[in-house]
Design a protein around this ligand. Structure first.
Ligand code: ZN
Length: 80
């Protein structure tokens, strides 16, 4: 018997899970629910990862105070 399998969850925010029935992955954020095929899910993750990296770079180029948003960011790490 297949069951709901949660891949990740932030209580009160959202989750990504496999319902065990339709073969797709489900992303929920608040009242919004998106159903993704495995391929679409991987593309979304690439999209989010790229946007997060670009967002951090963009913040740093616009402010010297990026550490307020990325508290554990160590500027000595450099950028690849
Ligand atoms: Zn499903």
């Amino acid at each position: 018997m297949k069951t709901n399998h949660i891949l990740a969850e932030i209580p009160g925010f959202g989750a990504i899970f496999d319902c065990g029935h339709c073969g797709n992955l489900h992303l929920t954020v608040g009242p919004v629910s998106i159903t993704l095929s495995a391929d679409a899910y991987m593309q979304l993750m690439a999209l989010l990862n790229t946007s997060a990296a670009n967002y951090e770079s963009w913040l740093q180029s616009n402010s010297k105070d990026a550490s307020a948003i990325w508290p554990d960011h160590d500027s000595s790490e450099g950028v690849a």
